[in-house]
Write a new protein. Structure first.
Lengths: 151, 151
DNA sequence: TATTAGATTAGAATAATTCCATTCTCGTAA
DNA sequence: TTACGAGAATGGAATTATTCTAATCTAATA
C-alpha cells in the first residue's frame, strides 16, 4: 500500500482523500469488487462521493497497471488489485469469483495463423464452476432465488 | 441450419418469421455479433422487430445450447452460433473477435485446492491482441478515434 | 378453423457506465 | 505561508445494454 501511494505520487497523480479511501479499500482486497461495490463502501466514509470519482479512479489505476479489470461476469466489470498475472473462477450460481495463480502461460500459446493476424498482448482464463455453498444450496433453492441473494 | 430448425421444433418451440430470421443470421456467422448487431440486422427485414424478441430468442437458444454467450468485451455480450468448445481473441483496439479452435483442455486443469471448492463446469480463454488492421492504423490514429470507427 | 400456449410488440424500467459543466483542492513555486 | 493552476470531485444528465410488463398476436395442432 505504501508503495502504491509512492507510485501514485511518482506518476504525478494527486492523492485526494477519496482516492486514498479507494486505494485503501482495494489494497489486498481479494473480493473482486465491482465499481458499485467500491462506491457503496467508500460512500460510508465519504457520503458525497460520486460514481464518477470511483470510475475515474479505477480508470486511472487501470491505466497505470495498478488494478486488473476482470471480464468474467457478463453483468459488470470487476476489479482486482492483484496485478500478478493470474486467472479466475466464477460460480455460475452466485457469481462469487476466486483467484487462480497457476501459471498456464507455456500451455496456452496462440496457434500460428492467429499469431500472424494478432500481435498478442495477453490472455486470461475464465473458469466456471459451482462453489461449495451453492452446491449445498442447490438442493433446495432455485437459481432465481439465489439471484436475489447476491449482494 | 436445417438441423437447427428441426431441433427447434423438436423442443416444442414455435418457428416464427422473426426467429427464423435470427436463426438464419446466426447460422454459420463467425462475426460474434452482439444483441444490438443482430437487432440492427433483423430490423432491415422486419422493421417492427423488438429488442425483447432478439433477447428472448438469444436466451432460448442459449438455454438450448445452440449459441455460446461470449464474455470477452466488457461493454456487452457477444454471441457465437458455433457451440464447439473453443476460445476467442479480441483486438484491444477495435474489439474485433476471432475464433481459436486449439484444444487446451488438457493444459488448463484447475489446481486441486480450487477443484475442491468449485465443481468445474467449463472454461474459456480470452486472448487479447492487436489485429493487423489496427497495427497499421495505430501508426497515425489514436485509440479514441478508432473507437468512433467501431460499427 | 378455433383454440391456446407461447411469441411479439412498444415502451417503461433497471443497471452499468460515461459524459459534462461547475466547483473544489492538492501540490508546488514564489 | 499563500496564491495559483492542473487535475480531481461532484451532481446530474446522458448513454448503452439489458430486462420487464402488459397487451396483442399467431403458429401449430386438434
Amino acid at each position: 500500500m505504501k508503495e502504491l501511494i509512492i507510485k501514485y505520487k511518482e506518476k504525478g497523480l494527486k492523492l485526494t482523500p477519496q482516492r486514498l479511501a479507494i486505494l485503501n479499500y482495494l489494497d489486498g482486497n481479494t473480493s473482486h469488487p465491482s465499481a458499485g461495490d467500491i462506491y457503496k463502501h467508500i460512500k460510508r466514509v465519504y457520503p458525497t462521493v460520486s460514481f464518477a470519482t470511483v470510475y475515474n479512479t479505477l480508470q486511472v489505476l487501470h491505466e497505470k497497471g495498478e488494478v486488473m479489470e476482470i471480464t468474467i461476469d457478463p453483468q459488470k466489470k470487476h476489479y482486482d488489485p492483484n496485478t500478478k498475472a493470474h486467472h479466475h473462477i466464477i460460480c455460475t450460481e452466485c457469481n462469487k469469483i476466486g483467484d487462480i495463480f497457476e501459471d498456464y502461460s507455456g500451455a496456452i500459446r496462440l496457434p500460428h495463423h492467429i499469431a500472424e493476424e494478432f500481435k498478442p498482448v495477453g490472455n486470461h482464463i475464465n473458469f466456471y464452476g459451482i462453489c461449495k455453498k451453492c452446491q449445498n444450496l442447490s438442493r433446495y433453492v432455485s437459481k432465481r432465488e439465489k439471484q436475489k441473494r447476491r449482494d
